[in-house]
Ligand binder design. Structure first.
Ligand SMILES: Cc1ncc(COP(=O)(O)O)c(C=O)c1O
Length: 359
């Protein structure tokens, strides 16, 4: 079968942007790829860490004494300071310093779980999703239906894997009788790489919806400006952006929507006051409310290091590089044909590859 295939010669070879820059970076920071003869195409499921990130983090751990932040001794205070630096860095990275709280979580799924668990679903609420949400979003419907809420999916076009604006608008106009409405969608699909329109955030909010943006697959290769678009909740996994460490993500909560999440229990680190002699407790009124127990204070400083590293390269440059590589791959796959000229590969997704990033 393979012998009857050939690669059509295309008139124009696509340009891979920033070749010199990324070839140098690969030699300097990722020599293990060449040493072990790897081809690593994933830029969403799990990114690769640079050598310098490891060196900087290990040097920080080797040269300092860090203690559990829930205390006032010097080692504890240093950990508190480094965690605060990381939190500030995350908020700055997404241009969210003024308007959002940053809650550290284990990953994007952990962030989505907080929203699923604490959003006040009831008979009087509705959850709207789309079919190419990640399973960690689909799972939120269990919290919803367990509390009597209803849920539905906006229709997906299965050929080009997009959602038409008019279909979505129709879905957003429904359920106007509900008191609480949550719309949750991925800025970029983990299934197809399709980037969905961030304008949907405004459209949904105009129709009375709270919006939970799953940004996990989007932010590794696209800038997210939370001054421009302000979903109530945003879920992120850091290893997808800069590879190291795993086991850390965040939930960004718009400050004015903070009270909409109702936490139904307390744990160490989440309360201002709790007592065994009476049944009352007062939850912390900022990000601490959702960070149960001891945070990952040894790894969190590596988030600052990772974001500094990405800032040095520049998200715009990363985005241009990946977009050009995606187009190249698309064209190369499309040009594989049978000898009779018929297509060998059927590619799903939008015809305009500008809006489709690397899967
Ligand atoms: C769009 C999207 N949402 C959520 C997740 C879940 O991320 P994690 O496994 O880091 O929790 C992923 C992971 O691939 C993803 O691509």
């Amino acid at each position: 079968m393979l012998s009857s295939l050939y690669k059509k010669q295309t008139a124009q070879k696509p340009t891979l942007l920033h070749d010199t820059y990324f070839n140098d970076l690969r030699r300097k920071e990722y020599s293990r790829l060449c040493n072990q003869q790897h081809t690593y195409l994933d830029f969403t499921g799990g990114n690769l860490y640079a050598q310098s990130q490891l060196d900087e983090h290990q040097s920080l751990l080797r040269n300092n004494v860090l203690g559990n932040p829930h205390s006032g001794n010097p080692s504890s205070l240093l950990a508190t300071q480094l965690v605060q630096e990381a939190r500030d860095k995350v908020l700055t990275f997404f241009n969210a310093s003024e308007d959002y709280h940053c809650v550290f979580t284990q990953n994007a799924s952990g962030a989505l779980k907080i929203v699923g668990e604490c959003y006040p679903h009831s008979k009087d609420s509705h959850l709207l999703m789309i079919a190419d949400n990640h399973n960690s979003v689909h799972g939120m419907r269990e919290y919803c239906s367990n509390q009597g809420g209803s849920y539905s999916y906006a229709p997906l076009n299965y050929e080009d894997l997009t959602i038409s604006d008019s279909d979505l608008e129709e879905s957003l106009h429904q359920h106007s009788d509900k008191r609480r409405k949550l719309f949750t969608y991925p800025a970029q699909s983990n299934v197809s790489g399709v980037k969905h329109d961030l304008e949907w955030i405004n459209k949904a909010q105009e129709n009375g919806w709270d919006v939970c943006l799953d940004a996990a697959a989007y932010v590794p290769s696209s800038p997210l400006d939370l001054r421009k678009y302000q979903p109530e909740f945003v879920a992120v996994s850091f290893y997808k952006i800069f590879g190291y460490p795993t086991g850390l993500g965040c939930l960004l909560i718009k400050k004015c929507a903070f009270h909409k999440l109702e936490k139904k229990w307390f744990a160490g680190g989440t309360v201002q006051y709790a007592s065994v002699s009476n049944p009352f407790y007062f939850l912390a009124d900022d990000y601490e409310r959702f960070e149960n127990g001891t945070i990952n204070y040894l790894d969190i400083p590596a988030v600052t290091i990772g974001l500094n590293y990405i800032n040095k390269i520049g998200m715009q440059r990363i985005n241009e590089r990946i977009t050009s590589m995606t187009k190249y791959l698309y064209q190369a796959l499309r040009d594989i044909q049978y000898l009779d000229g018929s297509k060998f590969i059927h590619l799903f997704g939008p015809s305009c590859r500008e809006i489709q990033a690397a899967p």
